[in-house]
Design a protein around this ligand. Structure first.
Ligand code: BGC
Length: 756
């Protein structure tokens, strides 16, 4: 189809109609011009295709599909290949089901552990979230199906999600909340973007021209269509001007009329309507050109894949005395309802109508040495005395107890936030009671976001299984018994308690105003800056084997900000089991004049190693790895100075580091006024030279350094320097005994501004 020609043949009414959905999940057809309707469907950790009775919170049934591990888990894989494979599998399912776009990935930053949708999101770190998202998008789109990266942007809470105004400063937006979208858009070219419900600095995301046009299209080069989150559109005419192409689902024709009227009254340029049509039809055509409805969808094979992927995502948090892996000849008690009914996905629009489920107990029930007890009820937080004593009896004479615990469905869902970070009381009490009868406890956790662990010291091992999808039970067993060596790493910090989180005082906001007062200090950027103890740091995770790091080499000791730096190092598996290590590269700015995080993740690689095997890992860093967002330039900027290249096993465990000097090639615009203070002026050597005589004059007029006549007061040269440092130029008129005139100062300012 020649998209432009087709649009030129459409009536204004047809075009206005095309800019919203036919129903919940389809774009509109224009039959007389052979414009076909295309389907979009939720995901993104599976396919939620509703045939009839569509609704948007998954109340009505969708087709049976494979529920893969949720975003919280897949990010923990720190493995681009895992995400590509997952994307390919979902792309195949979409092709089979004639779905043109899967509505994901969801990449909002985990500002607080409380956000109800954290289980869908990837990370507190924008670099990790961007890399993971780009790989997922690449996987899906390699199958000729589009993605919709969401929710653009600053949708970091569920509380008042449709009316809340996220008040975020420019630097924080650019350094924390936008880069995951930016990386994915620039690298993986998602076919569509979904703009979020909330407002950003006073303007709805869906009608924000800065966001949807200036940043997304002009800066990042997005060329697909932007769709609204479901029901997010406010003023449809304004949203068209801003760059929202498709309103979803639709307004029952109301907004179509408004669009037509606005064009007729000259309030909306018809060309903008044409442009939205062009964006939508171009993407639809891309899908139609690649449609392969005969693509097989082998659900059994995908269930096995879900198991394999889930195992790649699990994070071993604690393993004292090598309690894990378990041996089949050990006497084991499996306790906790989640062992039979695992919690493996979250609630809301991402909820998959899973094809089957494998629990850990399904895998273990036939083992002669393993006993089971419920321990708690899933539906209630209250401890049940009978279940507790049955669990104690089961645990008493066994070698090891494996307790399956975590958060029930009602704790985490789209639409609302958690109010605390604790597990249900019945589960905490279960762990406490069992620890009194058996010291060898392994806790397996099913949860979509961090929890507090008041019981951590009472148990020997903890395996974070996150929400691992419908095959999670098998994957847990694979890890517990060492068939698979755990290799996940935390994509988020686990704070010791909720109030340690930087957004804690402000999270949720005041009515509809959510001020992001913590700025760029989100997640480990905050805990590290505060030197605060955490339960488990970002990037952390254990293995059944050990790794050694050597030979860190930088391609140069000194570079310009326009150069690239190559970093290499060797990593060796020094244990006796095959394993995978996640090599993490952080950059630290050693002498910044800007208040920056201690270190930031700028690279990671997952490496598979046989026992004794060494591999060389290579990273290439460019300007962005060293830069912060400068609000004067409205651009990324690198300050001249020394930067540390740190290789870590987590954000808190740096094992190798080396420095590099980076020379900035961009001079910040000079804006000297009479109110500029000496410390800033003197920072530049050329200015210091000009100001030298004035400073001398100033010092003398202040009486110089030395002792007061009665000896009671001593002013050192340093003290005098410090005093002068924060004095503005204009004050010379007051302090230099009338030797400096206003006109002289004005001329001086002009001269300094012109000096190269
Ligand atoms: C959610 C989106 C979802 C859409 C369609 C919205 O409520 O925020 O993530 O894709 O519904 O179900």
């Amino acid at each position: 189809m020649d998209v432009k020609r087709t649009i030129s043949q459409m009536t204004l009414e047809e075009k206005a109609g095309l800019l919203s959905g036919l129903d919940f999940w389809h774009t509109k057809p224009v039959k007389r011009l052979d414009v076909e309707s295309c389907m979009v469907s939720d995901g993104p950790h599976g396919l939620r295709k509703q045939d009839e009775n569509a609704d948007h919170m998954s109340i009505n049934e969708a087709i049976k599909a494979i529920c893969f591990p949720a975003g919280c888990a897949t990010a923990a894989s720190f493995d681009r290949e895992v995400l590509t494979t997952l994307g390919e599998a979902i792309g195949d399912a979409c092709q089979h089901e004639k779905v043109s776009i899967v509505l994901g990935p969801a990449v909002n930053i985990k500002r607080s552990p409380l956000c109800g949708r954290n289980f869908e999101y990837y990370s507190e770190d924008p670099y990790l979230a961007g890399e993971i998202a780009a790989s997922f998008i690449g996987g899906v789109q390699s199958r000729g199906v589009g993605t919709s990266i969401k929710h653009f942007a600053c949708n970091n809470q569920e509380y008042r999600r449709m009316s809340s105004n996220s008040v975020v400063d420019e630097r924080t937006l650019r350094e924390i909340y936008l880069p995951a979208f930016e990386t994915a858009v620039k690298r993986a070219k998602p076919w569509t973007v979904m703009c979020s419900y909330n407002l950003i600095n006073g303007t709805y995301a869906c009608e924000n021209p800065w966001l949807l046009t200036q940043v997304l299209r002009d800066e990042w080069g997005f060329d697909g269509y932007v769709m609204s989150d479901w029901g997010a559109t406010d003023d449809r005419v304004e949203s068209i001007k801003a760059g929202l192409d498709l309103e979803m689902p639709a307004s029952g024709g109301e907004n179509d009329k408004r669009i037509v009227q606005a064009v007729r009254e000259g309030k909306l340029d018809e060309h903008l309507v044409d442009l939205c049509c062009e964006h939508i039809l171009t993407v639809n055509q891309r899908y139609l050109d690649h449609a392969k409805p005969s693509t097989p969808w082998d659900k059994q094979a995908q269930h096995q894949l879900a198991r394999k992927l889930a195992a790649e995502c699990m994070v071993l948090l604690k393993n004292e005395g090598g309690l894990l892996p378990l041996q089949k000849d050990q006497k084991i008690a499996v306790i906790g309802k989640f062992a039979k009914q695992p919690r493996f996905q979250g609630g809301g629009s991402s909820h998959i109508n899973f094809s089957q489920v494998t629990s850990a107990w399904d895998e273990l029930a036939d083992e002669p040495n393993i006993v089971y007890a419920d321990g708690y009820n899933i539906d209630s937080d209250d401890p049940d005395e009978q279940l507790l004593s049955e669990a104690e009896i089961a645990a008493r004479d066994t070698d090891v107890v494996v307790i399956f615990a975590g958060l029930p469905d009602r704790y985490e869902s789209e639409g609302y936030d958690r109010t605390h970070m604790r597990m249900p009381k019945c589960q905490e009490e279960l762990i406490e009671r069992i620890s009194a009868v058996n010291p060898n406890i392994v806790v397996v956790l099913h949860n979509g976001a961090p929890i507090e662990m008041p019981w951590l010291d009472d148990v020997g091992a903890v395996l974070e299984a996150y929400l691992g999808g419908q095959a999670v039970g098998g994957a847990v067993v694979d890890i517990l018994f060492g068939k698979v060596n755990p290799s996940g790493r935390l994509p988020e910090s686990f704070p010791a308690c909720l109030k340690d989180n930087s957004s804690y005082p402000w999270y949720g906001g005041e009515k509809d105003t959510a001020k992001y007062c913590e700025g760029v200090f989100v997640g480990y950027r905050w805990y590290d800056k505060k030197h605060m103890a955490v339960l488990f740091p970002f990037g952390y995770g254990l293995s059944y084997t050990d790794f050694r790091y050597d030979n860190l080499k930088l391609s140069a000791n000194e570079i310009k900000d326009t150069d690239t730096l190559t970093v290499t190092l060797d990593v060796t598996n020094v244990g006796s089991m095959v394993g995978k290590e996640v090599v993490q590269l952080y950059v630290t700015d050693r002498q910044s004049t800007v208040i920056r995080p201690v270190r930031e993740l700028k690279g990671f690689e997952k490496v598979a190693l046989q026992p004794g095997q060494t591999k060389t890992v290579t990273f290439t860093l460019s300007k962005r790895a060293f830069a912060y967002w400068n609000i004067q330039l409205h651009d990324w900027h690198v300050e001249t100075g020394t930067f540390g290249i740190q290789i870590g096993q987590s954000s808190r465990d740096i094992v190798l580091e080396k420095d590099v000097d980076v020379l900035s090639t961009v001079a910040l615009p000079r804006a000297i006024t009479l109110n500029s203070i000496f410390v800033d002026l003197m920072a530049e050597p050329s200015m210091a030279e000009i100001l030298k005589p004035l400073i001398e004059m100033f010092k003398q007029s202040m009486g110089g350094s030395g002792e007061s006549a009665d000896g009671s007061n001593t002013i050192t040269d340093d003290m005098l320097q410090a005093l002068i440092a924060f004095t503005p130029l204009r004050s010379l008129m007051s302090f230099a005994n009338g030797q400096i005139k206003y006109d002289d100062l004005v001329a001086l300012v002009e001269r300094m501004n012109q000096t190269k």
